[in-house]
Design a binder for this molecule. Sequence first.
Ligand code: SAH
Length: 286
Amino acid sequence: MQTSSPAVLRSLMEQYGIYPKKRWGQNFLVDNNILQRISELSGAHTGLYTVEIGPGMGALTQLLAQQSRGVLAIDIDETLQAPLEEVLAPYTNVRLVFADILKVDVEQELARQFQLDHIPEYIVCANIPYNITTPIIFYLLEKCPHMQGATLMMQKEVAQRIIAGPGSKDYGLLTLMTSYYADTRWLLTVSRNCFYPRPEVDSAVLQFTPLPQPRVQVKDEEVFKAFLRTAFQQRRKTILNSCASFFDISKDEAQAKLEQLGIKPNQRPEELSLEEMASLVDRFLD
Ligand code: SAH
């Protein structure tokens, strides 16, 4: 069923008494060309499983089902069950789960739904709910070690933060954390006109390819992440002040360590690369 046609989508929603819910970021894609390109670029193929977050009314799910070995589609909104079952009836390789993605063990669920005794090779492909974009990205990169790649549609501004370079205003925690775990590629820019209802923002599709090892080796990953979080919460502080207060040492001592690393004490966190941040934190843990 062409739920990518606005007219078909609206009549199906009417038939099932469904209205788009803002709190769950329900903006359905209604542009067939964009849907086709996302599913093609996702890398889905019949040897591979696909996990979709937030299938909505199933527009993307149908295309993924045609291309994948199996699709696990997880949506929080149970009222979508009946229309989704109708739309997806022709596809026997789709499993629907109604739950909050952040509370599901995706890999276990994938094995369970397809009755496998191991976690299969899989990718993620989704037009995700924009209000929880960052938690979803962190969840996938930190908690889904078998994931081969993720193709995600998100608000354009968030995508810009992810691919930003040091020194730009968009560069920050999200940039560094995604680069720690994955290579990232900008696939598409998508106008707000491609959605129903039309959101206030434009979108972009990024593709994440997890690295076999994090991009930098650090002595203590938890301390490293905690330092990044603190430093970027206080973007206006110099790196000297952030280091002295986070590691609880005198400014003189902090300055000496920074100088050994070739980092100027008055630099701001957004001027430092991932590699510099890693060697900085390791140095302060000595
Ligand atoms: N993929 C569809 C719908 C995208 S809208 C399309 O492109 O047309 C985002 C979808 O994410 C909605 O269906 C919404 O119900 C779902 N969603 C929102 N929060 C969620 C959560 N925490 N876990 C799983 N799904 C969620």
